[in-house]
Design a binder for this molecule. Structure first.
Ligand code: NAP
Length: 215
């Protein structure tokens, strides 16, 4: 598959590394594709690097990996996506009065906002529930970590499940994009443990089942 990763930051480059290792072609979409450090990053990953619009046009699937505050501006740069699958990996994180929270006072999720901002894409929330360090190292963990995906289109969720599986995660289908409300708060549980409670960043959630099915 040809995957356009929009945003060449820690999340974008970790996903690019993981998907390249799984045999996918990855194109980085950057605000500054011509800059030497961006070119070096792309070369090290074995990816092409293009403008955001060029990458989005070239990819079969788009992964959105920009800061929440840049989502609206980035959405405008993507161009028409003609029903392509867009994985929304962002989290609308905010810190107010020293407290970590979700920057969505009305309770609507970032994933739903991304779907509204980019109506030409089939948006699936995914890869927002773990730190970037584990995104390309899931197979180093003793059991496959879990990654929930949420989106309104069944076929798009199937594509997302395949792509998170290619990174070594157990993909679980969370249902429609409205479920992103829970998945973004779930990400806050990870962030709180990792950054506030001292667990560190080298871990992920896993779904562990009782032997033999139902207990
Ligand atoms: N960090 C994590 O562990 C983690 C885990 C899960 C989810 N997330 C979410 O994933 C997204 C990306 O995280 P990240 O840590 O990779 O973010 P980041 O380092 O803050 O930014 C990622 C990239 O976005 C691009 N970008 C586009 N518009 C931008 C703007 N106005 N200001 C700054 N950068 C801009 C930049 O790439 P170019 O310069 O190439 O355009 C930048 O390198 C965020 O929404 C975050 O909440 C992060």
């Amino acid at each position: 598959m040809k995957i356009a990763v929009i945003g060449a930051g820690p999340v974008g480059t970790a996903l690019a590394e993981g998907w390249r290792a799984a045999g996918h072609e990855v194109i980085l979409g950057s605000r500054s594709p011509e800059q030497a450090d961006t070119q070096l990053k792309a070369a090290a990953l074995g990816c092409a690097v293009m403008t955001i619009a060029e990458a989005a046009a070239a990819g079969d699937v788009i992964a959105l990996t920009v800061p929440w505050g840049a989502v609206a501006e980035t959405a405008n740069s993507l161009g028409a996506l003609h029903g392509k699958v867009l994985l929304d990996c962002t989290n609308p994180v905010t810190v107010a009065n020293g407290r970590l929270g979700i920057d969505q006072p009305d309770g609507v999720s970032g994933g739903e906002r991304v779907a509204a901002l980019i109506p030409t894409a089939r948006v699936v929330k995914a890869m927002n529930q773990v730190g970037f360090e584990m995104m390309h190292r899931a197979r180093d963990l003793p059991v496959p970590p879990v990654m929930f995906v949420a989106g309104d289109d069944d076929a798009a969720r199937a594509v997302a499940l395949r792509l998170v599986g290619d990174l070594g995660f157990e993909g679980l289908d969370a249902g429609g994009i409205v479920q992103a409300r829970h998945l973004e708060h779930f990400a806050m549980v990870w962030i709180n443990q990792a950054l506030v409670r001292g667990l560190g960043r080298a871990w992920a959630f896993a779904a562990v089942r009782a032997a033999g099915g139902q207990p």
